[in-house]
Ligand binder design. Structure first.
Ligand SMILES: NC(=O)c1ccc[n+]([C@@H]2O[C@H](COP(=O)([O-])OP(=O)(O)OC[C@H]3O[C@@H](n4cnc5c(N)ncnc54)[C@H](OP(=O)(O)O)[C@@H]3O)[C@@H](O)[C@H]2O)c1
Length: 249
């Protein structure tokens, strides 16, 4: 039997990139998956179609995690469709790089609202639907929180917060048998990675040079690590920040 049979997983920001890879992997392992998206309905429906074609179960549910009302609707839809949540993957995230003098209040709000406020509120709403047997929350952080490259003040700030929040909730939710871990990727080739201007830049070159495994990541390199943390194989793992970064630090 597949490792996640009978489980319900919500993956935020799963219409493309790493989130889409995670949704497909969790479905392939037997979970029923809620594929959340903010604006790309078409992308999310494509992910659902791929999952169902392969014999899995999934639905697409729109809603921005940056908006508390949308989060409520996302989990109300989830409850209606599947009745519970066993696995929550807080993947939705935005990133942009700029020097200190170019940082604006609008950019700080935009990036923190999705990467931090959204993660906090989605965790609150998701965990409320976990069964008494507990479950698994997986936050997608970034090696940026440790690597702290220049020009990433806002983004690395959000991912440092994700590391801290992961450790706090691991302690707080452990007594409810809910494990909370983070997967912190290095550079992964996604739609967001391409549109952020990192692809082909000196920044990409320097990250590649610092990556012992000598290549950029693909969404499935991260997805299989998430599936491990979601499964009972990781039953004794909580509060961990697991780097999936080809060794980049
Ligand atoms: N790619 C990398 O190199 C890399 C490295 C380290 C960490 N990460 C982290 O991995 C995660 C995914 O990154 P990615 O590269 O796959 O990004 P991506 O290709 O830009 O995809 C982002 C996904 O998140 C969704 N999203 C954005 N804002 C949202 C919101 N407010 N509410 C709900 N969904 C939202 C997007 O939905 P729509 O398309 O519908 O707007 C899309 O599905 C992020 O947390 C990022 O920080 C990425």
């Amino acid at each position: 039997m597949a490792k996640l049979t009978g489980k319900v997983a919500v993956v935020t920001g799963a219409s493309k990139g790493i989130g889409a890879g995670i949704a497909k992997e969790l479905a392939a392992q037997g979970a029923s998956v809620v594929v959340n998206y903010a604006s790309s309905k078409e992308g999310a429906e494509k992910v659902v179609a791929e999952i169902t074609k392969a014999g899995g179960k999934a639905i697409a549910v729109g809603g921005s995690v940056a908006k508390a009302g949308d989060i409520e609707k996302l989990f109300a839809e989830t409850k209606k469709a599947y009745g519970k949540v066993d696995i929550l993957v807080n993947n939705a995230g935005v990133y942009a790089f700029a020097p200190l003098e170019a940082i604006t209040e609008e950019e700080i709000d935009r990036i923190f609202d999705t990467n931090v406020k959204g993660l906090l509120l989605a965790t609150k709403a998701g965990v409320a639907l976990f069964p008494p047997e507990g479950g698994s929350v997986i936050n997608i952080g970034s090696v940026a929180s440790e690597q702290t490259p220049p020009m990433s003040g806002v983004y690395s700030g959000t991912k440092g917060a994700v590391d801290a929040i992961t450790r706090v909730f691991a302690k707080e939710l452990g007594p409810k048998k809910i494990r909370v871990n983070a997967v912190n990727p290095g550079p992964v080739v996604t739609e967001g990675f391409k549109s952020s201007g990192v692809e082909g830049s000196d920044f990409e070159k320097s990250m590649l040079q610092g990556t012992p495994l000598g290549r950029l990541g693909q969404p499935d390199d991260v997805a299989t690590v998430v599936a491990f943390l979601a499964s009972d194989d990781a039953r004794w793992v909580t509060g961990s920040l697991l780097q999936a970064a080809g060794g980049l630090r």
